[in-house]
Design a binder for this molecule. Structure first.
Ligand code: BJW
Length: 240
């Protein structure tokens, strides 16, 4: 099966790759749904990653992100990230990387033009539209930091449930899904939309869809093959 897919990689005119949290598992970043250990074990991540959770419990949500930021700051891209970055360098114009991940590991590996659909956990922004008093220089430290004048809070620059994805990145990802003839879907549960819908778009536009994931997902329904292996093992072989 792997050889068949390697053949498809060689033949394809345009390849799109959609990645999710499993992509970074072998770097040591727990997946979104497995991230809850220790202090956080009692919280459902789907209930922390919303604006209403942040407004109701700003310190709790901020500290959850601080905990994850510290973990991510200590890890490195794995062999799968590096294989994708090498492939992009060798095949410019033929390859689009779309990621749901907020950990920055694709960018660190060299995929600086990855389409990041869910933002970047290392960055912050204002919760409410900033007023003249909201300056980065005059932040009051805290969990979260705030504007000392109006109380506006800093929040992680990620896309929470119920929020719009960055329009340009989503538009570029949808175009790549429509125009590719091969889509690799790597390490995602395929449960979060609109990202998961990109696999359906690619399939409906005539592309072959291949899943790289040790576990079944709802996207298997549109896949020609599922490679049931970890991303950091599979991708270097597939893209060599
Ligand atoms: C390995 C591995 C290894 C492990 N190798 N694999 C249509 C239908 C139903 C609902 C909706 C819909 N359209 C929109 C919605 C609502 C909602 C949604 O999708 N809800 C579902 C839960 C049902 N979507 C939204 O709200 C989105 N916004 C939106 O639609 O805006 C439009 C709008 C707005 C307002 C009004 C009206 C319309 C926004 C979604 C934002 C998602 N954000 C998060 C948080 C980011 C910040 C953070 O990290 O805290 O993004 S949620 C979380 O899920 C994160 C991830 O990027 C995303 C996907 O998770 P992922 O990557 O799949 O991770 P896991 O953990 O779920 O899975 C890991 C997988 O890896 C598993 O399969 C493992 O087997 C595998 N694996 N080891 C390979 N070594």
């Amino acid at each position: 099966m792997l050889d068949t897919v390697r053949g498809w990689v060689r033949e394809a005119h345009r390849i799109a790759v959609l990645t999710g949290a499993g992509m970074s598992a072998e770097s040591g970043v727990p997946t979104f749904r497995d991230a809850q250990t220790g202090l956080w074990a009692h919280f459902n991540p789907q209930e922390l990653a919303t604006e209403s959770a942040f407004r109701a419990h700003p310190q709790r949500v901020w500290d959850w992100y601080e905990h994850r930021r510290q973990m991510i700051a200590a890890v490195k891209p794995n062999a799968g990230h590096l294989a994708l970055a090498d492939f992009a360098r060798q095949h410019p114009g033929r390859f689009t990387l779309i990621t749901q991940n907020v950990d920055g590991l694709h960018q660190l590996a060299g995929n600086t033009d990855a389409l990041a659909l869910h933002g970047n956990i290392a960055e912050d922004r204002w919760l409410d539209a900033p007023r003249a008093c909201c300056g980065a220089d005059s932040l009051e430290p805290g969990h979260p930091p705030r504007c000392p004048v109006c109380g506006n809070l800093r929040r992680p620059a990620v896309v929470w449930f119920g929020e719009h994805l960055p329009a340009q990145a989503l538009e570029d990802a949808e175009r790549a899904a429509r125009e590719c003839d091969l889509m690799l879907v790597v390490g995602t549960s395929g449960e979060v939309y609109p990202a998961a819908g990109l696999a359906f778009t690619a399939h409906q536009s005539g592309a072959r869809v291949v899943i790289v994931n040790p576990e079944p997902t709802p996207l298997d329904a549109v896949a020609e093959h599922r490679l049931s292996e970890p991303a950091a093992v599979c991708l270097p072989v597939l893209l060599a």
